[in-house]
Design a protein around this ligand. Structure first.
Ligand code: MG
Length: 218
């Protein structure tokens, strides 16, 4: 995928950087047995990790434990650096439904050795993503229900009001590290309930006011 689509419009955006925030929901930090980080946990996925709605996830053969992480995605609409929280929402063109697929076994191994996570989180198809809904269609991005079903069973059910960092704070903080540019995508972290997916599973993620995402596992 080299571009993402705005739903209800013909507009497309060239894909830029995909920047992800980790450990943004307390209940998810607890389920992994991690400590609350004292600064934002930020990592990137390459553009070839994107998978369009309706696509097929390919779990790499070097892992036996691929987890789903349902996340609100932000689409950046204009360039900014050192963005103030009060201005942050004006930099967003839209909101989408994303999965931050994670090879938990590989991630744990990399963490324990002090190594980067990209091979656990940036593999091809590790970032299924829906079309984006224009930002003005979402009343409050910090109060949206998220739900992920696997084969019809609810696995994750949360609300963006449980995020430790608000959407505004995430945009402001990330823009201190990276210049944000049109077409950049930001993933905002996952609530509790992450678990293993396997061949043949069907995943359906929905976020209130934003839309839905359906993918399956090869
Ligand atoms: Mg995540």
């Amino acid at each position: 995928m080299h571009q993402v689509q705005m739903s209800h419009a013909k507009e497309t955006y060239p894909v830029g950087k995909i920047i992800c925030l980790g450990q943004n929901y307390l209940d998810h930090i607890r389920e992994l047995g991690s400590k609350v980080p004292d600064r934002a946990v930020i990592f990137c996925k390459p553009p070839c990790s994107l998978l369009a709605n309706g696509g097929v996830i390919e779990i790499p053969e070097y892992s036996n434990d691929c987890h789903h992480e349902l996340e609100l995605a932000l689409l950046v609409g204009k360039t900014g650096k050192h963005i103030q929280e009060k201005d942050a929402l004006s930099y967003l063109a839209g909101y989408g439904v994303a999965l931050d697929l994670t090879l938990r076994d590989i991630q744990s191994e990399q963490k324990s050795r002090g190594l980067p996570w990209e091979i656990a989180k940036g593999f091809d198809t590790s970032c299924p993503i829906s079309d984006f809904i224009p930002a003005d269609k979402v009343s409050d991005p910090n109060n949206l229900e998220l739900k992920l079903k696997v084969n019809g069973d609810i696995r994750q059910h949360g609300n963006t009001n449980q995020m430790m960092r608000s959407v505004e704070k995430i945009v402001a903080e990330i823009s201190n590290f990276f210049t944000l540019e049109t077409g950049d995508i930001i993933l905002t972290g996952t609530p509790a309930g992450v678990s293993r997916i396997q061949s043949g599973d069907h995943l359906e993620g929905t976020i209130e006011q934003v839309g839905s995402l359906q993918v399956s596992v090869a």
